[in-house]
Design a protein around this ligand. Structure first.
Ligand code: HEC
Length: 140
């Protein structure tokens, strides 16, 4: 629970329009994909924390967004697009196989159970770990 609360706070802050002023369309596209991940993760985080009522259908929908966006990450990052506003580290393209595995880990975590509040909390923890596992290695 504590961990979920911390993660939710981190994601809420990260969801601000960090991609304003980006001119490279490839960078913009991957940032928008990440923003969608942020928004869907926030929905789960607020439920996990008890800030919003648990709603199995909403949780399921948010988790599907995360799963679908996670499946697009590899394609969105494949070309080593640059932009002064980008927070992507060059290591992504030196270690693209590892990067791919981190995207897969998120896709798998998003397949977790969200049918009850208890299950949602566990799945949310795993999703959060998958997000930060990649950000720590590959985001400034
Ligand atoms: C496989 C690696 C990877 C995973 C998994 C990942 N991210 Fe990211 N994320 C990145 C990278 C790299 C950037 C920086 C992109 C850039 O600035 O070019 C980023 C940027 C972001 C941004 C800022 C977007 C912007 O507008 O600048 C948000 C918000 C974000 N991620 C949320 C999430 C959330 C929430 C999750 C988990 C549900 C997640 N990310 C999972 C790699 C990942």
């Amino acid at each position: 629970m504590r961990r979920a609360a911390v993660l939710a706070a981190v994601f809420a802050a990260g969801a601000a329009m960090a991609h304003q002023g980006v001119t490279n369309p490839g960078v913009m596209a991957r940032m928008e994909g990440m923003s969608d991940l942020g928004a869907a993760t926030k929905v789960l985080g607020q439920m996990a924390k008890g800030q919003t009522a648990f709603d199995a259908a909403k949780a399921q929908a948010a988790r599907e967004v995360i799963r679908a966006e996670a499946a697009r990450v590899v394609e969105l990052f494949e070309a080593p697009e640059q932009d002064p506003k980008s927070e992507a580290l060059p290591a992504i393209w030196d270690q693209f196989t590892e990067f791919t595995l981190k995207a897969r880990a998120l896709e798998e975590a998003a397949g977790g159970d969200v049918a009850s509040l208890e299950a949602l909390r566990g799945t949310f923890g795993q999703i959060g770990a998958a997000c930060s596992g990649c950000h720590k290695a590959y985001r400034k």
